[in-house]
Write a protein that binds this ligand. Structure first.
Ligand code: GLC
Length: 469
């Protein structure tokens, strides 16, 4: 046998043997078709609770009104600043939307560091940092004398009663700065800007990243009425009928609802499918007990689930010769990019071993097979769960519109969705299986939510002008 054949033979032999041994323990990570359908039904119920005036106060999926009432209509124009805080990067953008012959969008972006002690320190310090970065951005572009309108993409749950206010309900993901929960982030940012006294800005809109993504994609495809993020965190938004949003007066037309779907399960309704590994990840997170669905889906947590399983398997003697290394004890070693690399089909087993070695995990061939299998089970479950949520959303929209069949586009962004070799495929298939009456197109947002935030800001400016005239 030549070397490649030998390796393939060795791989299959080992695979069968090893996989059987660990299958018993990975069983809890597998979801049957019936379970997925059941999850979709539970999800629909939670959406209903969030939309209802009576149940909203205790609902876990908050279904927050955004005061964005339509997707872009092509008439938007102007010169804007977009701030993007809460995703993988803190970015500042200048977005120019013009109308020469056809509508065009020009963007300049700068990425700024947000050190962990800013995310976990005082809110004043965090917003002072944002204002300082804004100063730097404007200085470099010599626009400090212009009072430009700002779209503030703030990717956390905010209660809004108009476009230009956002009361933070609770921090999620990596953030936990003090004194911000319960406060209006527009006021906090304005205060920080005024304190510097070097420039003035007009914050016109607070925008969730899901909403910015939907708007960005809707600019290309008017059928796009849903936004989805699968990155550090996970969440979705969609255009809901005003008559169904009981928290807002009025019955005419539609409004975009920021679902904050990451909190699905926080009332215990997913307890039957949560595993000991999910619980361990939750217990050691910054917001224990919260965002349970997000913690089973998004990039910030999947690696941690994998690590917890690997620790368990090592303790049982299946892996790493039963030795728990310092590397394995290190939280967050499995970043999204490593998971994505390990699961890539193009990667030979030896390359998986090299990656594990880079992470400080001294592995045998058997070990790398097991690690790859574990990563596969965790990311597959994540994609299926995400698909069940999306199926509930598209089917609700179809029913809202009294349609036998719905054609709709979802604008998507996020590092996990973009980098992972199988996530999107599994998610799409799950939506197809669970919502057979909907034809769903997934459109990748190429430039994040900055463009979308600018488009929303443009509409906000127009509404303001109309009010003043
Ligand atoms: C978290 C936030 C949500 C955001 C999502 C994706 O779930 O609570 O607002 O949209 O992460 O960034």
């Amino acid at each position: 046998m030549i070397a490649a054949q030998l390796l393939a033979y060795y791989f299959t032999e080992l695979k069968d043997d090893q996989v059987k041994k660990i299958d018993k323990y990975l069983y809890s990570m597998r979801l049957s078709d019936e379970t997925l359908l059941d999850i979709m039904t539970r999800f629909r119920q939670e959406m209903q609770n969030g939309l209802s005036r009576d149940f909203n106060p205790t609902a876990t999926v908050k279904m927050l009104p955004t005061f964005v009432r339509s997707i872009p209509d092509g008439s938007e124009k102007g010169d804007f600043i977009a701030l993007d805080l809460g995703g993988s990067y803190f970015r500042i953008l200048r977005v120019k939307v013009s109308h020469e012959k056809r509508q065009t969008v020009q963007m300049e972006t700068e990425i700024y560091d947000t050190p962990e002690d800013y995310m976990h320190g005082s809110g004043t310090r965090l917003f002072d940092h944002v204002a300082e970065c804004l100063g730097d951005f404007m200085e470099k572009r010599e626009i400090k004398d212009k009072k430009l309108p700002v779209g503030f993409t703030f990717s956390f749950p905010c209660r809004q009663s108009k476009l230009d206010e956002g009361y933070l309900i609770t921090w999620t993901k990596r953030f936990k700065a003090s004194g911000v929960e319960g406060a209006d982030v527009v006021q906090l940012l304005n205060k920080a800007i005024r304190k510097r006294g070097e420039f003035d800005l007009d914050i016109v809109a607070v925008v969730n990243d899901t909403v910015g993504t939907m708007m960005t994609c809707a600019y290309e495809d008017p059928n796009c009425e849903i936004g989805l993020i699968v990155g550090t965190g996970s969440n979705a938004c969609y255009m809901e009928e005003m008559r169904n949003i009981e928290m807002v007066e009025g019955d005419q037309g539609r409004m975009c609802v920021n679902m904050e779907w990451g909190a699905f399960g926080d009332n215990g309704c997913l307890d039957d499918i949560r595993t000991i590994y999910d619980k361990a990840v939750d217990d050691f997170s910054l917001n224990s007990g919260k965002q349970r669905y997000e913690k089973m889906i998004s990039g910030m947590y999947l690696g941690e689930i994998v690590r917890n399983i690997l620790i368990d398997f090592t303790k049982r003697g299946f892996l790493f010769r039963g030795q728990i290394s310092e590397a394995l004890k290190t939280r967050s070693i499995f970043e999204t990019k490593f998971l994505s690399q390990i699961e890539s089909d193009r990667l030979a087993l030896l390359q998986v071993r090299t990656i594990l070695q880079q992470l400080g995990l001294d592995s045998t061939c058997d070990d790398s097979i097991i690690v790859k299998t574990v990563c596969g089970a965790v990311s597959r479950r994540a994609a299926q769960l995400c698909g069940a949520g999306m199926a509930a959303v598209v089917d609700k929209i179809r029913e809202n519109r009294g349609l036998e069949h719905l054609d709709i586009t979802v604008g998507v962004d996020g590092t996990l969705y973009k980098l992972h070799p199988h996530f999107s495929k599994v998610m799409h298939q799950t939506v197809k299986d669970l919502a057979p009456k909907c034809d769903v197109t997934f459109l990748l947002s190429e430039d994040g939510s900055g463009k979308g935030a600018a488009l929303i800001t443009a509409v906000g400016c127009r509404l303001r002008d109309a009010e003043h005239n």
